[in-house]
Design a protein around this ligand. Structure first.
Ligand code: UDP
Length: 194
């Protein structure tokens, strides 16, 4: 085994990984980022572009975990402003992140990557329950792990989930893909002076 092509390939990959700045990343993708030019939902073209970019990073040997948002489908706050119970709306938002997670999983697998979807709310027919040790094992085996359903708790956002999962799996960095291009003191869309 030690002289086989497979062993040499593993050695080369290990040497390459040792040189990399970030070996394990937590990528936060907002739901809105999946909309592309649409008003809501998922733009398949944008999804495929993301999958391609993720593939390029994955091929460098970087371990990738992804937390995905749900704002393109539903936000608890928006529901509450229309008279819906906030907690009910937040659970709907968490389910929206699972829908996005499934779409992303499909797009990544279409490009030949191995993936696992783990959710903070149990939906066992379509996803594994979130188990930290299992998630880390998947990453070590070069599978891309998508975390759905946020933290599993109402009144939180998927940004909190990204930080939480990032710390739990010991990611070297948390990277956020969003439509907002900086840090503002007010809502940029509504306030020109933000
Ligand atoms: N959400 C929640 N708890 C969480 C994560 C998400 O209740 O831990 C709900 C919340 O209603 C939120 C919605 O899911 O508005 C969608 O998530 P988020 O707004 O973070 O998505 P993004 O802005 O990234 O698209």
């Amino acid at each position: 085994f030690y002289k086989t092509e497979e062993y040499l390939y593993i050695c080369r990959k290990k040497q390459h990984r040792a040189k990399m700045k970030y070996k394990r990343i937590l990528l936060k993708l907002s739901g809105e980022a999946l909309m592309g030019d649409r008003q809501y939902g998922i733009d398949p073209k944008r999804l495929a572009e993301y999958a391609e970019e993720i593939k390029q990073i994955h091929e460098l040997g970087v371990e990738i975990a992804i937390v995905i948002g749900g704002g393109n489908i539903f936000r608890g706050v928006a529901g509450a402003s229309n008279g819906m119970d906030r907690v009910q709306g937040d659970y709907m938002g968490m389910l929206a992140t699972v829908i996005n997670g499934m779409a992303l999983q499909g797009a990544l697998e279409e490009k030949g990557m191995l993936t696992r979807l783990q959710t903070a709310l149990k939906i066992e027919a379509i996803a594994e329950p979130y188990i930290k040790r299992r998630a880390v094992r998947h990453l070590e085996k070069n599978r891309i792990v998508i975390f759905g359903a946020g933290t599993g708790n109402p009144y939180f956002t998927t940004d909190t989930a990204a930080v939480l999962r990032g710390v739990e799996i010991d990611a070297d960095v948390i990277l956020k893909g969003t439509r907002v291009d900086g840090i503002y003191n007010k809502k940029k869309k509504k306030n020109k002076d933000a």
